[in-house]
Design a protein around this ligand. Structure first.
Ligand code: BDR
Ligand code: CA
Length: 313
């Protein structure tokens, strides 16, 4: 099988953890590195959580690296689920996966430089604030040649924001980094809240996950149930949205998604709209599209894929 080489950067976090499990369970994907960044929880925790997830997947050979400790500019934001270390306290056992000492930015730079030199650019998946990738690009813009595309859980368009009325967490937590990434000249696919809000882990779907059996499904269901606890009140919908797994599902089954090209820029000035992703879907700016913005999800197909892969781990 011709496996797709990917680097995953994120801030685990429950939905990041489920996304990592999906990637590690998928034989079509070759996860060359997991880089972590401050976001949902501080950098030490996202690093530790990443190591716990690769151990849970039985994939301790996949290296996990620590990354940037906060945004390029602006205040430090934490996720809504930061209370219990980002992964429901002690739900996941401590990990004996290797403690890598290299920094995420160096690893991203080296990986992409090597991919560019080999003429074999890779996919970079992001699931948290974009600080690590932006710093690597600012230090060496040439690494853009090592990326065939960036698939990012980031932004909100018609759906509105989840941390302000207009901004989504991963962008708001480092809007300048998001702007740097969008300007890098690499094809970008955005999975914004518009599509991830359709990936609702309803109680009936979580029950269906438990019924699949397998080594990690009970624990995954516990994590999702912990994560779910505020969302029904917040969104008026049953179940929490599994944002980050949409990134990996898109790699595996792009046919489950619908989207449109747009030029996307980040609002860096507005007081009410700071961190908003502004999409030009109608070409009114005359700027060429720099992103494909995902908008529709075949939710039953998505959960069938996700639950099936988790059950096979
Ligand atoms: C994003 O913010 C984080 O809380 C989640 O892990 C996801 O990446 C959703 O806005
Ligand atoms: Ca995340």
């Amino acid at each position: 099988m011709n496996r797709q080489r990917i680097l995953i950067d994120g801030d685990p976090g429950v939905d990041d953890a489920i996304a990592l499990l999906l990637a590690l369970a998928s034989p079509e994907l070759d996860v060359v590195a997991v880089t972590t960044v401050a976001g949902n929880v501080p950098w030490e925790r996202t690093f530790d959580n990443g190591r716990r997830v690769v151990a849970l997947a039985g994939r301790k050979e996949v290296p996990v690296f620590r990354g940037c400790t906060g945004p390029l500019l602006g205040p430090v934001l934490r996720g809504k689920y930061s209370g219990a270390g980002g992964l429901g306290g002690s739900l996941l056992p401590e990990s004996d996966a290797p403690v890598q000492t290299a920094h995420a930015v160096d690893v991203i730079t080296a990986t992409l430089t090597e991919a560019a030199a080999a003429g074999a650019p890779i996919t970079v998946c992001t699931m948290g604030p974009l600080t690590n990738l932006a710093v690597a690009l600012a230090r060496d813009p040439g690494i853009a040649r090592g990326m065939s595309r960036i698939v990012a859980m980031a932004g909100a368009f018609l759906a509105g924001g989840n941390r302000t009325p207009s901004a989504e967490f991963n962008v708001l937590a480092d809007p300048h980094a998001a702007e740097i990434v969008l300007r890098a000249g690499v094809p970008v696919v955005l999975a914004p809240l518009d599509v991830t809000f359709q990936a609702l882990a309803t109680p009936a779907r979580v029950t269906a996950l438990r019924a699949r059996g397998g080594r990690v499904t009970a624990l995954a269901a516990e994590l999702i149930t912990f994560y779910d606890r505020n969302d029904p009140a917040r969104y008026g919908e049953p179940g929490g949205p599994l944002h980050d797994p949409c990134v990996i599902a898109y790699l595996l089954r792009p046919d489950l998604f619908g989207g449109r090209p747009a030029h996307v820029a980040i609002e860096l000035q507005g007081s009410l709209s700071y961190g908003q992703t502004v999409g030009d879907f109608h070409g009114v700016t005359g700027k060429a599209p720099n992103a494909t913005v995902l908008q529709q999800l075949d939710a039953p197909g998505f959960f069938d894929l996700l639950w099936g892969r988790l059950a096979a781990l």
